[in-house]
Ligand binder design. Structure first.
Ligand code: AQP
Length: 343
């Protein structure tokens, strides 16, 4: 046996990421993922997807699904994803995702999926009543990424475990089908401020679309008064802000607000605490609310404008789906050959 490692993936570098149309986007989605989408499009061929197939894994609602998909796509464009640089489309418009997910179902192992903490969190005590789709969610995610042979995936920290699974699936596919270097092992791009924004009501829970309390999150479409009201009600403690980052230890809600300020202002946490250390939340919360409102208002306005012209938005999304399909279909042709299907 030779000790030579199998050849590494040598294809082009591409970025892929997606967001579920399970409701309007929030500050966590924006800081954890969307701002990275915008930055990366200047450096890589970038493919951004509204993952509506994922959105039906729990509580599907056929009356709102298409409108929610348009709303998320409009948020991508409004936040600065440029259709001249990036491909933006709706997942169900490109067949490769479901076909590759089936093939990956036959590569992934039950034990791998049983370790996924997001399924445990989302299914709660009722795992046996959850859809098979919810359990299989990370396999479809691997197919989303690898249908484009994407090499880099910008996501928030909550997606780290799923990305590791995508790498395992890519590696096992390459081994099982004797196709060394066929799929890249996609790299998560997680670092940076905003990678994990927590609920405004509970510093131990991430900010989430599906949290029943709207007060737990800042939606991208919230107006300045709502943003101020939500930050004013955000859980904190009676102490003033600490003078240094070490002073944030054991104060998760305070650390979260300081982290949000730092991410929105492109300042370090040290610099934020230099400005606000020793001051009370009566000063800090309104300053944070003003900063967030300033940053989000133009995005909300542009999103509303795009949502007001559905034919143009749909035309942009159809164009995106064609471009996505033009990359994915040749990959699928190769996959069918590698797997050995009749053709
Ligand atoms: N709180 C967060 N902080 C930082 N990043 C976050 N992301 C989500 N929440 C935070 C990132 O946003 C991207 C899109 O996520 P998604 O729509 O696919 O679903 P999710 O991760 O499950 O996000 P939500 O908002 O919590 O949705 P629900 O409640 O529907 O499950 C991902 O890159 C994610 O990391």
């Amino acid at each position: 046996m030779s000790d030579t490692p199998p050849p590494a993936y040598a294809g082009p570098q591409r970025v892929f990421s997606g967001m579920q149309p399970t409701g309007g986007l929030h500050l966590g989605n924006y800081l954890g993922a969307l701002t990275k989408f915008v930055r990366l499009q200047d450096h890589y061929k970038s493919i951004y997807c509204v993952v509506d197939l994922h959105a039906i894994t729990a509580d599907p609602d056929p009356r709102s699904l298409a409108a929610n998909s348009r709303e998320v796509a409009a948020a991508f464009f409004a936040a600065g994803v440029d259709p001249k640089k990036s491909i933006v489309f709706i997942q169900s418009a490109v067949r490769a995702h479901t076909e590759l997910a089936w093939i990956f179902n036959c590569v992934a192992r039950m034990g791998w999926l049983e370790r996924m903490t997001q399924f445990k969190d989302k299914a709660g005590k009722h795992a046996e009543r959850s859809s098979v789709g919810l359990f299989d969610y990370p396999v479809l995610q691997a197919a989303d990424i690898l249908a484009y042979k994407a090499t880099h995936v910008p996501v928030g920290e909550d997606q780290k475990q799923h990305l590791e699974l995508s790498r395992d699936i890519a590696q096992k596919f390459n081994n099982d089908f004797d196709a060394p270097g066929f799929f890249p092992l996609p790299e998560p791009l997680i670092q940076g401020p905003g990678a994990r924004i927590m609920s405004l009501r509970d510093g131990a829970k991430k900010m989430s679309k599906s949290d029943p309390s709207d007060m737990s999150r800042i939606n991208l479409t919230d107006d300045a008064d709502t943003i101020l009201a939500k930050f004013k009600k955000a859980t904190t403690d009676p102490l003033p802000l600490p003078e240094s980052v070490e002073g944030l230890e054991g104060r998760p809600e305070v650390a979260n607000l300081v982290g949000i300020y730092a991410a929105l202002s492109d300042m370090s946490q040290e610099a934020v605490l230099k400005a606000f250390g020793g001051k009370g939340f009566g000063v800090f919360k309104p300053a944070l609310a003003e900063l967030a409102a300033q940053r989000l208002a133009p995005i909300a306005a542009e999103q509303r404008r795009l949502m007001g012209d559905v034919p143009t938005l749909d035309a942009m999304l159809r164009e995106g789906a064609e471009q996505a399909n033009a990359i994915a279909e040749p990959v699928m042709e190769e996959v069918r050959r590698v797997v050995g299907f009749w053709r």
